[in-house]
Design a protein around this ligand. Structure first.
Ligand SMILES: [Zn+2]
Length: 271
């Protein structure tokens, strides 16, 4: 393993600049965000206006009248992809203790000390200190009743993760899923403090994965659900003190800024 040489951030005691990365995710496959709770599944049965022979086992997470993807699920997936890429490149990345369950992968170092965080801990935080990236909830642009797949999908032989579901319903391994359909757009943003080109480039790298169908979120990913395409629409950089918009990247300027950042991140993968 080699000590990763990345651009250190200014530190948490001082905010030089604030970033807002506005982006969207478009579903490329049916998409299910969360297992059902009773009331939600009844409401969605009504929306589908169908006599369903069995309770719905999976329905999307809905807040007000929009389907939702939690910021936490995005953050976790981004952290995983970036950690795994840097590890494959031979860079030093730690494993969070909460994930360990007694096994330490050979290629990963122990959880970082707060005074010497690895690239991933710098930007995503550790158990004891929040990171410099904050992920908003993503909301569907359209109302939930317009974005559900017309008919629920029956499916058998659930994965181990969903054993709880079987026990709850007591109806064996048959499940009925009411996913969001393909082509549905969710919008949200990432807030960042003192971001480097490298971490913005890492987010751009995830966008590249998504264009090829390699970014999957939500449940039932091994069963043809959850691929989303990511698109960064606008990036704003603010001076923090006093708050002042310094730069808004859009269109061609956004493209070339993202290309520069991506190159900076790719250098980390080639050391
Ligand atoms: Zn770390």
């Amino acid at each position: 393993m080699i000590e990763i040489e990345f651009k250190r951030m200014t530190g948490f005691h001082k905010i030089e600049n604030l970033w807002k990365i506005e982006y969207e995710l478009k579903t490329l496959q049916p998409f299910i965000t969360q297992s059902a709770y009773r009331e939600a599944s009844e409401e969605i049965e009504v929306m589908l206006r169908k006599e369903i022979p069995k309770d719905l086992d999976f329905v999307p997470l809905v807040v007000d009248d929009r389907a939702i993807i939690t910021g936490n699920s995005i953050k976790g997936l981004f952290r995983h992809i970036i950690s795994a890429q840097l590890t494959q490149a031979g860079q030093e990345v730690c494993v969070q203790e909460v994930k360990l369950e007694g096994t330490q992968p050979e290629e990963r170092k122990e959880q970082c000390k707060p005074d010497n965080p690895c690239f991933v801990c710098t930007w995503f935080g550790t158990a004891s200190r929040q990171g410099a990236l904050h992920f908003s909830f993503l909301k569907s642009v359209e109302k939930i009743e317009n974005i559900l797949l017309a008919s629920p999908i029956p499916m058998i032989a659930m994965r181990d993760d969903y054993k709880a579901l079987k026990a709850k319903r007591g109806k064996g391994a048959f499940a009925l899923i009411a996913p969001v359909k393909e082509g549905v757009v969710f919008k949200g943003w990432i807030k960042g403090e003192n971001l480097s080109d490298e971490i913005i480039g890492a987010i751009k790298e995830i966008q590249e994965w998504s264009k090829r169908g390699f970014l999957q979120l939500g449940g039932l990913k091994t069963r043809g659900f959850g691929a989303v395409e990511m698109k960064i629409n606008r990036i704003e950089r603010y001076k923090a003190s006093p708050l002042e918009l310094e730069k808004a990247y859009e269109g061609n300027e956004l493209e070339s800024f993202l290309r520069e950042c991506h190159n900076a991140y790719k250098k980390l993968l080639k050391k």
